[in-house]
Design a protein around this ligand. Structure first.
Ligand code: COA
Length: 149
């Protein structure tokens, strides 16, 4: 299999990120909001590429000295090959290197692949936010992880 490359997202990745965003999330972020996040100095968007094609992306965002994982997605044909784990670890290392001491995320309680990913990556479950999501209404599980500098 061609090697996976993980690097900060570039403007030319936007079209692929938008396509994957629309395939994965309801409601998806707009092209404009994705582009703004990619250009935000407090944002940290990483792209995973295989053979020059987008395999996945993740977005972390600085909130003071904490990081929040906004989203992570991998193309269906690239799943279960460790792409998300590698993206997440790269984002954690980059955020830790920028002085963010801990990271948080929310995930739909029914999203077993994502919950499995976060637990495998060593995130700790901190609690539940009742009816946090809409369409459909669902609880969010809150996870956190300490980051190393
Ligand atoms: C969640 C998601 C990012 C995982 O991507 P991935 O590249 O397939 O994940 P990885 O291959 O790195 O898997 C790492 C671990 O996560 C867990 N995991 C991943 N997919 C899983 C699944 N379908 N069922 C159960 N556990 C799963 C496993 O523990 C896995 O380790 P293993 O393969 O050794 O068992 C991917 O399924 C996805 O893009 N989903 C749609 C978007 C989404 O829901 N994002 C999360 C909310 S922002």
């Amino acid at each position: 299999m061609t090697e996976l490359e993980i690097r900060p997202a570039r403007p030319e990745d936007l079209a692929g990120i938008l396509t994957l965003e629309r395939a994965c999330f309801r409601p998806p972020w707009t092209e404009r909001s994705l582009s703004e996040e990619m250009n935000d100095p407090d944002g940290l968007t990483l792209a995973a590429l295989r053979g020059g094609r987008l395999a996945g992306f993740c977005m972390m965002h600085r909130a003071g000295d904490q990081a929040e994982l906004y989203q992570i997605a991998v193309c269906p044909e690239e799943r279960r090959a460790g792409v998300a784990l590698e993206l997440l670890r790269s984002a954690e290392t980059a955020a830790g290197g920028r002085g963010m001491g801990e990271a948080f995320l929310e995930v739909r309680a029914s999203n077993a692949p994502a919950v499995g990913l976060y637990e495998k990556a060593g995130w700790r479950r901190l609690g539940t936010r009742r009816n946090y999501y809409v369409d459909p209404v669902e609880d969010a599980l809150l996870y956190g992880k300490e980051l190393k500098e």
